[in-house]
Each structure stands twice: as structure tokens, then as C-alpha cells.
Design a binder for this molecule. Structure first.
Ligand code: F3S
Length: 771
């Protein structure tokens, strides 16, 4: 593996450790008798702490979806909202620095309203305490600090850190964006990030592999966004659960690197563990354009001499779907769920049938999903076509660049000016309206009137963008959003329809064209937005957390398990969709991410009570009503542990660990549901909760709020180290004293049982480190 030593020093920490990975892969191949592996398996298994210990079978069928893998990721990225809790947890371990390179990205806490000049200073002022906290953590522990205005975590990761064969964790659910550059990048909670940061094996149930075969090539209006929009429609928000999505087929070589990133980004919307692409020329071009040519050379060696970075011939996928890119038409997904997918040719008719608003009120493009040079150059082509015809946008139009590098490049190439000249508002390089930081003026939050927005973002749960539950967010490509702003009407199909001009003539858009990469290369941008890429730790740096602060609060360990069966009361039965936005709302609550007590006042406030139909309402034993966190707090004070009952895909959406931390903090012990979203189930286990699923989903109907739920064989299950999953009997006692037993399922591994016993994963890691 001598050739891998040629990478220059300044890129070494950003180059996947190919020599080590290939040596590990050789061991894996021996264990699996040279069974052909998918690309995802190659990358994942090459990061096993100890292949001999992890892979107990030579048969991949016995591993996928069954074995727990113990992995050492190469890198960690954290966004400002989730990094606070990750760091507060890391601090409790008492370690002096991080075991792997890591970075902070201040992107979620920046308001989108008036553009960078006004929004950035006001956001910095509002969040100064948090940014200062993260900056001092960066200095103390040697973590890169990408400050406010530097850009969105996933764009910066793609531009600087992602690489073919890398494995990284990110404390954000759209971390899979990095898979667009051939990495395995997984969205996790802060406690998982702490595993990687402390060189504690990070555990993941070996995912199954969903192969997506791409044939043909995109043309005209169709964009990479449409690939994943279509897949979301085919597979639904649950279709990817337990899977890594691996793209293959000749169509993969026709996509740009940033286009592949868009596709991987939104793999989170189908619940996939992550998504990835095989190493392509487009990856090489992107690495070269972003100053990482030597990493591409190392990747070439890994591919050409060792067959890494692409699947083995004959590799088997658990499922395969096929998309012909040549036949793909633009799609519009929404409202309120990313899997309600409508081809553009059907949108007008469907919008009438479904009574969606016919007037579109705002168009927003950019975000981590769609702010590449290719996206923006295609969009600006449309803006210029419209401008040449004398057309102006009919509705407000917002543009969010993903990073300082992309913004500076767009500015140098005149694209920002064209946007501004044509009425667009260019916001700071940050998440802004994508995560409820949109200080929206055109529609009041409290209105009951439904309005419709078109965005090139990735997620469209109720109230996500502007805090208004009546805003219908339709997700589509930046090209379609842009064309729609010139009509402002849902009946307009830019592929076929004309817009009437003031002079009586008709204007039709031509299909957009653009450049994959900037012809003059990327522009570096303003220096103040770049951190030291090789920071070192400094034990002398003091991290201050004021006891008076309402933004930050030091953590105190949760109680260890008592060693006895759990006896809880059913606090409420949640009806229908319950995402992490319902469990731990964002928007105004984002500012309390580092203060567990304060943020816990948002727990489940978006959830609907199955028994009464009310949102954020639960009832005490005596029938008195409370808001949900209010009742949780009351029961916590009374020493009444509780269970929440819910339906399918509970915790769908983001990696938000507060959705697990807050229930635990407020005295919850069990979450019993029909099914879980993967990240959330893991987060619950990490915080010492017991996540259970109904063995028979019909039992959901037999339980009502106020019932007593007692585990019957938890002690035995713990004694057997969880057995990597199994059944747990729960006795349900009704208020009238009648009782029955239901079967539930758990998926606890040996390590997760240890978290449960210690009270949380952090308690467990801390115990080991101190010993
Ligand atoms: Fe930020 Fe929205 Fe992406 S919140 S990280 S721009 S999904």
C-alpha cells in the first residue's frame, strides 16, 4: 500500500485511510469466503473495529439486517444546534481531545429574512453565547470551527472532507449528502458522535442494501432532484428503513458529483441509513476542482489496483429498483410529506383535485440540498431567459447559497448580481428558511388560511419553514421553483405552457442549461469564514457555562437502571405521523438546544392525542387536562414513570437526539410503538430509554392513556445481554383492575443493554474511561 503515502501533508487528515481500510477488507474477504460485496458493504466493513469479532458468519445473508457492526468512523461533523448537546456530553467524559478529526458548522441558528448584511450580525448577537461555547470547545479539543456565515454543514463537508471510501458521522440527518462523493456518511445524535470522538466502537445494525439501477441520462428540465423525488414516491418515507441505498448502473456516470449529493441528501427522506455512489470521473473532477487532486489520485489507486470504491462483480442487493434517467420527468413532492410525489405533467390537475392553493406565494432555492454551481447556473439561465423577455418574478424569491465558496464563485461569475437584479433576495450562507429560521412577512403565522410555497429543499413537514402549520411546502428542483415564480400559479407547467407578456406576446422557457463546475474554478471567498483546518487541542482553554444561562446547561447523568422490572403509566396515545419535529419541535426552540431543561418544554407538543383528537393535550389520572410536557413534568415530580404509545415510523425525520433526551429527562421510561425510524430508536437506547414495538400492531388499540404497563421479563432479558433482540412481555392493567399481557419486541444489543443498565450511553462510556 506504499502508494497511499504520497498524499501531501495538508490533505492527509482528509484522505480516507485507504491502506488500513484495504488491510481490513482483506480480513473481511477471508471471513466471507470472497463473496462479492456491494460498495456499501466494502466501505462499512473496512471500517470494522475487528472483522473477526464483528462478522460471526461467512454468509452475508446472516449479517445484513441481523448483526450489529462495531465501527470506527474516520471523521465527525456537527451543526451548531446539535453540536451543543454533543459537546456537553463529550465534556462529561473528561477526555482532552477528540480521537478523530471533527468540525463544527454554525448554520442552523442563522435567520433568513433580509440577507447576510443584516441577518448575520443579528443572528450572531442572538446566539453569541452558543457560538462562543462551540468556538471554545473547538479550541480546547482541537475541533474545526466553521463560524456563522461560512455555510451549511453538508455543503462544506462535500467541498472539503467527503471522499470516496470515507466513513463519517454527522449530527444531522442529511449527513448522507456526503455519499454523493462516494462516502458512507450517516446521520446520528450527539451521543453517537461522542462514540466516534472518544474512539469507542460505534454500533450499527448491519443495513440491508437497496440497489438503485440508473440507466439513460438526464436531459432538459429533469434534474438529480427528480431522481430522489421519484424514488421517495415509489418507496415512501419508510421504504428505506434499515437499508443503505447504493446506486449503480451506467446512469451513475452521467451525473455530476453535486447532483449525486442531492440524491444522497434526500435519501434521508425515505428513512435510509445512508446512500452512496460508486467512484466516478465526476468525483475526480470535483475533487480536483476543490483542491483535492491528490485524494483523487489515491482513490484511483484504491480502485484500479485494489478494486475498492466500486461494488464487486456479482454483488447481491436485497432489493433492486430501476430508474431510466432518460424517461424521468420533473416531480413536485408534497405537501406535508416528501413522499407524495406528483410528476409536473400531473401537478396542475392534481392541485385542483386536492384543493391545493392555486396561487403560489413564495419560491425558495438553495439549502444543503440544491445550491451547487450546476443548480445555480441552470437556474440563472432561466432567470436570464425571463429577463430577456421582460418578465419579473410574480412572487417573492429567496436564494440560499450553501457555502462561502459557492457564494463567492457565484458572485465572481455575476450570478448573484443577476439574481438580485431580478428581484431575488440572497440570504446568508446558512440553513435559514429550511429550518424554521424564516422571519416571514408575507403570511402571518397565526392565520388559518392555507398557503403554498415551492422550495428546492428536502423536507416539508408541517410548520418546518415558517412555523405556520398551514403552509404547504412543495419540494421540487431549483429549476422548477424558479420557473414557477414567474407564473405564481399552480396551473403553469413550465415544460409546456406559455406565460402571457404585457405586450400580448407569449413567452415560453427553453429547458435550462448550465455548467457542472465553474469554468474558472471555485473562488475561495472571504478568509474570515475559514477555520484552521488542522486545529490542535489546548487543555488551558476554559469552557464557561453560566448557571444563569437559558441557552446552555451542564448535563447531569441520568439514573442507572434499578435492576427491577419497569412499571409505568401510559401517558398518551399518539395518533398517526409523529416525526422528530412533532416530538421535539425546531423553530423557536432551536435556541434551547444546549439547555435540556428549557427545551424539554417542547416535548411532543406537535403530537395528536388519539383518544381526543387534540394536539399537545394529555390527561392526568383524575381526568384533568395538561399540555403534554406539563403532564410529563408533573408525573416526573410525583415519581410516576410513563410510557408513550404511538404508531408507525415513530421519530421519522431528523437525527434530533433531543427527541430522546427530553422524554428521558421528563421521566419517560418506555416508548411503545408500531414501528420506529432507525435513528430515533438508536437515540432512545443511547439515552437509557426502552424502545419497544408491538409484536401485534393491533394491540395498539387495546391500550388507553392511564393504563399501567409493566414489563415481565426485562430482568431476564438484561441478564442475557439482550440477545440482539427478542420479545418482551408487558402486562397492561386497566383502571378497573382488569389486565392482559401483550407481546412486544426489542432490538437491544449487548452494548445497548449496557447503556440501559448504566442509565445512558454517556454514563457507560464515562464509567469505562474512568475505570
Ligand atoms: Fe440546514 Fe435544511 Fe440542510 S436545516 S442542513 S439546509 S436540511
Amino acid at each position: 500500500y506504499a502508494k497511499f503515502a504520497n498524499v501531501p501533508k495538508n490533505l492527509q487528515s482528509r484522505t480516507p485511510p485507504y491502506a488500513k481500510l484495504l488491510a481490513n477488507l482483506e480480513k473481511v474477504k477471508k471471513i466471507t469466503n470472497n463473496t462479492p460485496l456491494t460498495l456499501a458493504e466494502k466501505i462499512l466493513y473496512s471500517h470494522l473495529c475487528d472483522p473477526e469479532e464483528s462478522l460471526t458468519s461467512s454468509n452475508l445473508e446472516d449479517i445484513r439486517g441481523k448483526e450489529y457492526l462495531k465501527l470506527y468512523p474516520d471523521r465527525v461533523a456537527m451543526q451548531d444546534a446539535s453540536a451543543q448537546m454533543a459537546m456537553l456530553q463529550f465534556m462529561t467524559t473528561g477526555l482532552p481531545d477528540t480521537a478523530v478529526p471533527a468540525s463544527f458548522h454554525c448554520d442552523h441558528l442563522i435567520v433568513g429574512k433580509n440577507g447576510e448584511a443584516k441577518d448575520l450580525p443579528s443572528s450572531i448577537e442572538t446566539n453569541k453565547e452558543v457560538f462562543d461555547f462551540l468556538e471554545s470547545c473547538g479550541k480546547k479539543y482541537g475541533i474545526q470551527f466553521w463560524g456563522p456565515g461560512s455555510g451549511i454543514i453538508h455543503q462544506i463537508v462535500l467541498e472539503n472532507f467527503s471522499a470516496p471510501g470515507l466513513m463519517m458521522l454527522g449530527t444531522d440527518s442529511h449527513t448522507p449528502n456526503a455519499g454523493g462523493l462516494g462516502a458512507i456518511a450517516i446521520g446520528v445524535g450527539g451521543a453517537d458522535a461522542v462514540d466516534a470522538l472518544t474512539h469507542t466502537p460505534w454500533e450499527l445494525k448491519a443495513p440491508k442494501i437497496l440497489g438503485v439501477k440508473l440507466t439513460g441520462h438526464l436531459s432538459g428540465w429533469s434534474a438529480p432532484k427528480d431522481v430522489i423525488s421519484k424514488i421517495a414516491g415509489m418507496l415512501t418515507v419508510r421504504g428505506g428503513t434499515g437499508y443503505i441505498v447504493e446506486y449503480f448502473g451506467e446512469g451513475t456516470s452521467t451525473l455530476s458529483c453535486t447532483g449525486m449529493a442531492t440524491i444522497c441528501n434526500m435519501g434521508a427522506e425515505i428513512g435510509a441509513t445512508t446512500s452512496t455512489f460508486p467512484y466516478q470521473d465526476a468525483h475526480k473532477r470535483y475533487l480536483q476542482a476543490t483542491g483535492r487532486g491528490p485524494i483523487a489520485e489515491a482513490a484511483d489507486v484504491a480502485l484500479n489496483e485494489y478494486g475498492f470504491l466500486r461494488p464487486d462483480k456479482g454483488a447481491q442487493y436485497d432489493k433492486v429498483i430501476e430508474i431510466n434517467l432518460s424517461e424521468l420527468e420533473p416531480h413536485v413532492n408534497g405537501p406535508y410529506t416528501p413522499d407524495l410525489s406528483t410528476p409536473i405533467s400531473k401537478y396542475a390537475e392534481t392541485s385542483l383535485k386536492e384543493k391545493w392553493p392555486q396561487n403560489i406565494s413564495v419560491g425558495l432555492i438553495g439549502s444543503c440540498t440544491n445550491s451547487s454551481y450546476q443548480d445555480m447556473s441552470r437556474v440563472v439561465d432561466l432567470v436570464q431567459q425571463a429577463a430577456a423577455a421582460g418578465l419579473k418574478p410574480k412572487i417573492p424569491f429567496f436564494v440560499t447559497p450553501g457555502s462561502e465558496q459557492i457564494r463567492a464563485t457565484l458572485e465572481r461569475d455575476g450570478i448573484i448580481q443577476i439574481f438580485k437584479d431580478n428581484g431575488a433576495k440572497v440570504l446568508a450562507n446558512a440553513c435559514g428558511p429550511c429550518i424554521g429560521q424564516w422571519d416571514r412577512e408575507d403570511v402571518p403565522k397565526a392565520t388559518n388560511e392555507v398557503n403554498s410555497i415551492f422550495t428546492s429543499y428536502n423536507r416539508n413537514f408541517r410548520a418546518r419553514n415558517d412555523g405556520n402549520r398551514n403552509t404547504m411546502n412543495f419540494l421540487t428542483s431549483p429549476e422548477i421553483v424558479t420557473a414557477m415564480i414567474y407564473s405564481g400559479n399552480a396551473q403553469f407547467n413550465p415544460l409546456t405552457d406559455a406565460i402571457k407578456l404585457d405586450n400580448g406576446k407569449e413567452f415560453r422557457f427553453q429547458a435550462p442549461t448550465g455548467d457542472e463546475l465553474p469554468q474558472k474554478g471555485f473562488e475561495h471567498g472571504r478568509d474570515e469564514f475559514y477555520p484552521d483546518l488542522e486545529p490542535t487541542s489546548n487543555a488551558d482553554v476554559e469552557i464557561k457555562v453560566s448557571p444563569e444561562s437559558d441557552r446552555l446547561q451542564l448535563l447531569y447523568p441520568f439514573d442507572a437502571w434499578s435492576g427491577k422490572e419497569l412499571k409505568t403509566t401510559a401517558l398518551m396515545k399518539v395518533e398517526g405521523k409523529c416525526t422528530t419535529d412533532h416530538i421535539s419541535a425546531a423553530g423557536v426552540w432551536l435556541k434551547y438546544k444546549g439547555h435540556l431543561e428549557n427545551i424539554s418544554y417542547n416535548t411532543l407538543i406537535g403530537a395528536q392525542n388519539k383518544e381526543t383528537g387534540e394536539v399537545n393535550r394529555a390527561y392526568d389520572i383524575d381526568g384533568k387536562g395538561y399540555d403534554i410536557p406539563g403532564l410529563m413534568m408533573k408525573w416526573k415530580e410525583e415519581g410516576r414513570p410513563w410510557t408513550v404509545i404511538a404508531e408507525d415510523n415513530y421519530g421519522e425525520g431528523s437525527a434530533r437526539e433531543h427527541a430522546a433526551l427530553s422524554p428521558r429527562f421528563l421521566g419517560g421510561q418506555i416508548i411503545l410503538v408500531k414501528s420506529f425510524a432507525r435513528i430515533h430508536e438508536t437515540n432512545l437506547k443511547k439515552q437509557g430509554m426502552l424502545p419497544l414495538t408491538f409484536a401485534d400492531a393491533a394491540d395498539y388499540d387495546k391500550i388507553t392513556a392511564g393504563d399501567i404497563l409493566e414489563t415481565l421479563n426485562l430482568v431476564d432479558m438484561v441478564a442475557k445481554d439482550g440477545n440482539n433482540g427478542g420479545f418482551l412481555d408487558v402486562k397492561v392493567t386497566k383502571p378497573d383492575g382488569t389486565s392482559f399481557i401483550i407481546k412486544t419486541k426489542h432490538t437491544m444489543s449487548k452494548d445497548q443493554i449496557n447503556f440501559f443498565k448504566a442509565g445512558s450511553a454517556i454514563n457507560y462510556i464515562g464509567n469505562i474511561r474512568r475505570a
